[in-house]
Ligand binder design. Structure first.
Ligand SMILES: [Zn+2]
Length: 481
């Protein structure tokens, strides 16, 4: 018989029934092995049945958060460098001018990956969709942390950059994309369902503008043949990309992808933040968001990486009201889903001209849980109910953030921070306790990350199209003495 664990002494348990969360005051959660067997009060334990009792000390018990868009082996190194920065000739995106510059040294990739996974887990994500290189070494390392992960190997036909600072430039290698797609399937055969079923391989053809029509047709064929492999692709992420697709094909990125079969519930569009109707997009093509709603195509919203450049979705509420399944991701940094929920809610109210009734705590919490699970085709994640996986987060309330505690979801979204997370359980295993990762050395993660940053900053002139230093591109906030 597998071990039975009972979580007790809670203030609230966020339970779930028929895809809808509910609040259970002073509830309990019991799980056997990796599966939840009870959500309610007064668990009817047989004598000697309970192997472990977790005292939640008045905490809020929520389902593990689902973070569907992250780049664990690349992004966090941009912290402290890419803020207050953008390309004025490219609608203020940093993608073409700076993504190349913040490239990690190969010897730092695994360390940054370890740092990211620690960062992501202590902040409450229990399932991630990692969009990156997906080498066997990385897949193994992700599996060993204990997190649940969908891992995409970037398989794209082109790479974007700028050579002059004002126009995007693409280098193409279509055969390599086909090769990487085959490699994805080999990786799937090798790793899908490994690490006790926590590791899955997904499709990740990069970005809508780095794929050719022929290649997308092939990706769509592979997707149809493998209905359990979710597909993630960036689309409508910059105005430059959007205009390029319209100029090349005469249609919106959504319609272009649909024309090549990349549409429907298996597809996760990263960002899709500036469709026609957005204040930065002056094109007037019709039926774009309606197409995503009608086909059940998912949008993965990562509000903070845009909001800190002053750009927001207009609006989350509009997408939801149309019936689009919107899930959340952390994209770059910080890798904090509590903060993403906060940001999604607040940006929505701003986009709706100051309407506090939009982008509610309930809606963003759904996006971080149920909607994420739906995008993965999973009805056993993002919820606390019997039969679901034991992916559970306990948020501490014995602090300034959470008192007084009336509505735990509002408190979580608007007042709490990820530092209030005490325990994170994935697949029945406690991975974070008292806010610290149990597998891996957190001090070493900080140290390794600093080293990776220093190497990256030093290498900036070698990768910048103008040979500028890190300090020339991104001056310190105050004079450095
Ligand atoms: Zn991304």
């Amino acid at each position: 018989m597998k071990k039975l664990t009972l979580i007790t002494n809670t203030s609230y348990v966020v339970g779930c029934e028929n895809d809808h969360h509910y609040l259970l005051k002073n509830g309990q959660v019991a799980f056997r092995g990796n599966e939840i067997v009870f959500v309610g009060r007064d668990y009817p334990a047989k004598p000697g049945e309970i192997d472990e009792i977790i005292d939640a000390k008045g905490g809020i018990v929520i389902p593990g958060l689902i973070n569907l868009h992250c780049h664990v082996a690349a992004s966090p190194v941009e912290k402290g460098f890419l803020e207050d920065l953008g390309s004025p000739t490219m609608y203020m995106t940093g993608l073409y001018e700076y993504l190349r510059v913040t490239h990690l040294a190969p010897e730092d990739q695994m360390n940054v990956l370890q740092f990211s996974l620690g960062d992501i887990m202590v902040r409450g994500s229990t399932t991630i969709f990692e969009l990156g290189l997906g080498s066997p070494e990385m897949v193994e390392a992700i599996g060993q942390t204990g997190i649940r992960a969908y891992i995409g190997l970037m398989a794209r036909a082109g790479v974007f950059m700028t050579k002059d600072g004002f126009k995007p430039y693409y280098e193409w290698d279509e055969p390599n994309a086909f090769k990487r797609l085959e490699e994805t399937l080999r990786r799937r055969d090798q790793y899908d369902g490994s690490f006790d079923g926590r590791i899955h391989i997904g499709l990740y053809p990069g970005q809508v503008d780095t794929c050719t029509p022929d290649y997308l047709d092939e990706v769509a064929r592979v997707m149809r043949d493998n209905p359990k492999m979710p597909l993630a692709i960036h689309a409508a992420q910059t105005i430059n990309e959007y205009n390029r697709i319209v100029q090349l094909y005469g249609m919106t990125p959504a319609h272009f992808l649909a024309e090549h079969g990349i549409i429907g519930p298996q597809v996760q569009l990263g960002h899709y933040i500036m469709p026609c109707g957005h204040s930065l997009n002056r094109l007037k093509l019709k039926g774009e968001l309606e197409l995503l709603a009608k086909t059940g195509t998912n949008v993965i919203h990562c509000p903070w990486s845009y909001a800190r450049r002053g750009m927001i979705m207009e609006s989350l509420q509009k997408y939801l009201d149309l019936g689009i399944n919107v899930a959340l991701g952390t994209d770059t940094f910080t890798q904090d889903m509590i903060f993403e929920m906060k940001c999604a809610a607040v940006c929505c109210k701003i986009a709706e001209n100051g309407d506090p009734f939009t982008g509610t705590a309930a809606e963003v919490f759904n996006a971080a849980t149920i909607a994420g699970a739906k995008a993965l085709g999973r009805d056993d994640l993002g919820r606390l109910q019997p039969g679901a996986k034991a992916d559970i987060v306990i948020v501490r309330t014995d602090n300034f953030d959470c008192m007084p505690l009336r509505d735990p979801i509002k408190v979580l979204v608007y007042s709490a921070s990820s530092h209030d997370i005490g325990r994170v359980i994935v697949d029945g295993q406690t991975l974070v306790q008292d806010g610290k990762v149990l597998r891996g050395d957190q001090e070493k993660m900080y140290h390794d990350m600093q080293k990776a940053g220093e190497r990256m900053w030093k290498n900036v002139p070698n990768r910048d199209y103008k040979g500028r230093t890190a300090d020339q591109i991104s001056p310190f906030s105050f004079p450095l003495r």
